[in-house]
Write a protein that binds this ligand. Structure first.
Ligand code: HEM
Ligand SMILES: *[C@@H]1O[C@H](CO)[C@@H](O)[C@H](O)[C@H]1NC(C)=O
Ligand SMILES: *[C@@H]1O[C@H](CO)[C@@H](O)[C@H](O)[C@H]1NC(C)=O
Ligand SMILES: *[C@@H]1O[C@H](CO)[C@@H](O)[C@H](O)[C@H]1NC(C)=O
Ligand SMILES: *[C@@H]1O[C@H](CO)[C@@H](O)[C@H](O)[C@H]1NC(C)=O
Ligand SMILES: *[C@@H]1O[C@H](CO)[C@@H](O)[C@H](O)[C@H]1NC(C)=O
Ligand SMILES: *[C@@H]1O[C@H](CO)[C@@H](O)[C@H](O)[C@H]1NC(C)=O
Ligand SMILES: *[C@@H]1O[C@H](CO)[C@@H](O)[C@H](O)[C@H]1NC(C)=O
Length: 338
């Protein structure tokens, strides 16, 4: 072997080695109940406070679920969505235009404050968000009852995430956060870039069985959609008339429920109405434009099947960026002082 060849092989193996290091990204994977010994009551306390908050404000479940999703899709699930801007020049993720309707920051702060009293500097903000998202959604069926129910988690949350210390509005782009106008190809590519497949895309879209969206995000489907048709032909005509009443022309800010007849229930009805062409946004309707995705939509019509698929995909989503270096923030809005 010539010395040039040897040098080449050395360079390639160094390169491969460092790429593998970056992908493996330092540190252990997530585990079941990371805080079992370091803070045994942590998960119970997150749950208690989340449930208290949810009883006072049931729409919080949708806010926390969406917040966790947006956290995971930018830099992995590292609590970067929770960070405030450090100066008036560099905007944080939460300051991005596309994030004006994200909520839940105060509620996460409240949980974090209580957790810090119990076990200072042990539980990451990213884990608190992942747990609170799960707990709030799991509690929805019990809102009508007076007593605290036995805990039935809708999906497992592994823990051990570290908090990142970078949050940039400039990273809230179409490469990280899908838009309501995205077509299937765009959604597929974006989710694939996060290690999520089309089954995950379909199952996770079922999150839109709760919560609301502003008229501005879908009213293009109601008025002047094309030269030939006022209304998006892929939208159910009866439903379009209903939406026009909710969203008169030029009304951008009014919010409309994704799943009008069961908006506060976490169930598979999103898929039922989707198949009647009542997906609210183009990105919802887009799931019917791909043969395999459409098949998956059909499969998730029963809540039992949806819950199982959603649990699997939430576990995958919650694992994005797992093992990355980071810290346990003392305050979720601030990187720890040096
Ligand atoms: C598939 C691609 C997705 C797109 C294009 C999308 C887009 C959107 C948009 C535009 C809104 C309304 C925002 C507003 O009115 O300002 C919204 C709301 C929401 N999204 Fe998604 N989303 C997607 C996937 C997900 C996933 C994976 C989750 C969670 C697992 C999720 C959970 C939610 C929830 C719960 C709401 C309601 C929030 C509320 O009521 O305030 N979405 N989404
Ligand atoms: C959570 O709430 C239950 C019921 O009120 C209570 O018994 C328990 O002590 C609380 N746990 C924590 C860690 O606050
Ligand atoms: C940003 O500007 C406001 C008003 O000009 C000021 O009160 C605030 O202290 C500034 N914040 C930072 C972090 O510089
Ligand atoms: C999907 O959207 C992207 C970006 O807007 C566009 O480039 C692409 O042509 C679209 N694909 C289809 C099949 O419409
Ligand atoms: C639709 O297009 C017509 C003709 O260009 C225009 O007068 C009208 O204001 C548009 N309507 C909306 C809701 O944009
Ligand atoms: C909600 O229920 C009403 C009354 O049964 C029905 O007319 C309407 O089509 C339903 N909405 C959707 C989106 O399915
Ligand atoms: C459109 O909605 C109506 C009323 O909710 C429903 O009866 C009909 O089956 C839907 N049409 C399609 C094509 O799904
Ligand atoms: C950022 O995070 C690293 C751990 O990943 C930590 O060592 C460092 O002190 C943090 N803070 C700042 C201001 O960089």
């Amino acid at each position: 072997m010539t010395s040039r060849n040897r040098r080449f092989i050395l360079m390639v193996s160094l390169l491969v080695f460092s790429v593998v290091r970056v992908c493996n990204a330092e540190g252990p994977a997530l585990v079941q109940n990371q805080y079992e010994t370091s803070c045994p009551k942590a998960e119970e306390l997150v749950r208690n406070i989340t449930w208290r908050q949810l009883k006072a404000r049931p729409v919080l479940a949708a806010k926390l679920l969406r917040l966790h999703f947006h956290d995971c899709f930018i830099r992995g699930c590292d609590g970067s969505i929770l960070l405030d801007a450090v100066d008036n020049v560099t905007k944080a993720e939460k300051d991005a235009l596309a994030h004006t309707t994200l909520q839940g920051y105060d509620e996460i702060d409240e949980i974090k404050t209580e957790i810090e009293k119990l076990c200072p500097a042990v539980v990451s903000c990213a884990d608190i968000l992942a747990l609170a998202a799960r707990d709030s959604v799991s509690f929805l069926p019990y809102l009508d009852y007076d007593s605290i129910p036995p805990f039935k988690p809708l999906w497992p949350v592994l823990t051990g995430r570290k908090d990142g210390n970078i949050s940039l509005a400039s990273e809230v782009t179409g490469a990280n956060i899908p838009s309501s106008f995205s077509n299937f190809t765009t959604l597929h590519n974006l989710f694939a870039s996060k290690g999520l497949d089309d089954d995950d895309l379909v199952a996770l879209s079922g999150a839109h069985t709760i919560g609301v969206a502003r008229c501005s995000l879908f009213s293009n489907r109601l008025y002047n959609f094309t030269e030939n048709s006022d209304v998006d032909p892929s939208l159910n005509a009866t439903y379009a008339e209903f939406l026009k009443v909710q969203c008169p022309p030029n009304n951008r800010a009014t919010t409309v429920e994704f799943d009008p007849n069961s908006s506060s229930t976490f169930d598979s009805n999103y898929f039922n109405i989707l198949l009647q062409n009542k997906g609210l946004m183009q990105s919802d309707a887009a799931l019917l434009t791909d043969k395999n995705a459409e098949k998956k939509v059909e499969k998730l019509q029963k809540s039992k099947d949806f819950f199982k698929a959603f649990a699997d995909s939430m576990k995958k989503m919650g694992n994005i960026g797992a093992g990355s270096a980071g810290e346990i923030r003392k305050q979720c809005r601030l990187v720890n002082p040096q």
